[in-house]
Ligand binder design. Structure first.
Ligand code: IMP
Ligand code: MG
Length: 185
């Protein structure tokens, strides 16, 4: 799946991810008791996390997807977001949970939150597997977070570099010489 020499460090092994995803599922199931949850997976990075999380959520739930892309791809997220694929369903009066792979500067999510809020959901919360806390450029309300991680470029478990490595079942830090700080979806 990946050459050993490209790996700087395994940041979060498979068993730790599994345990944390189970905890998040329990917490979400508890918080949404008696409700129907409308989960939005942010393509493509969130698919692996969402697939595992969904199987640990015990309340009725609908899964929909949105695909967005940051403008000005170069090195930093600009916060100007383009919708590549919108939701299939209407979220008005629904209890919506956005599921993300990683929040870095927070600019992408800030835009997404404002856009979805304008569609008048009953509630709108955020669940992210990873959070690069020290990189925040904007205050983002994160309701559920798997792991706070340092400012390092990570791949695996849905996260990619140039489209690759999403299928690796754990989260690892790539050696800097193998990436150039690019942003993808
Ligand atoms: P933000 O607008 O800076 O929060 O950008 C978040 C997006 O940048 C994520 O959804 C990812 O697609 C991408 N991203 C940020 N950091 C990483 C990383 O370490 N690995 C892979 N993708 C990342
Ligand atoms: Mg993403």
């Amino acid at each position: 799946m990946i050459e050993q020499k490209m790996i700087e460090e395994i940041l979060i092994p498979e068993n730790q991810i599994k345990k944390r995803v189970e905890q998040l599922g329990e917490q979400i199931s508890h918080d949404y008791q008696g409700k129907e949850l409308f989960c939005i997976g942010v393509l493509r990075g969130a698919i692996v996390f969402l697939a595992d999380l969904a199987r640990n959520i015990k309340v009725p739930m609908v899964i929909d997807f949105i695909s967005i892309s940051s403008y000005g791809i170069s090195t930093e997220s600009s916060g100007v977001v383009r919708i590549l694929k919108d939701l299939d369903e209407n979220i008005e009066n629904k209890d919506v949970l956005i599921v993300e792979d990683i929040i870095d500067t927070g600019l992408t999510l800030d835009y997404l939150l404002r856009m979805l809020q304008s569609r008048k959901p009953a509630s709108l919360k955020v669940c992210t597997l990873l959070n690069k806390k020290e990189r925040k450029k904007i205050k983002i309300p994160i309701d559920y977070c798997g792991f706070d991680i340092p400012d390092k470029f990570v791949v695996g478990y849905g996260l990619d570099f140039n489209g690759l490595y999403r299928n690796i079942p754990y989260i690892l830090v790539l050696k800097p010489e193998y990436y150039s700080n690019e942003l993808t979806d």
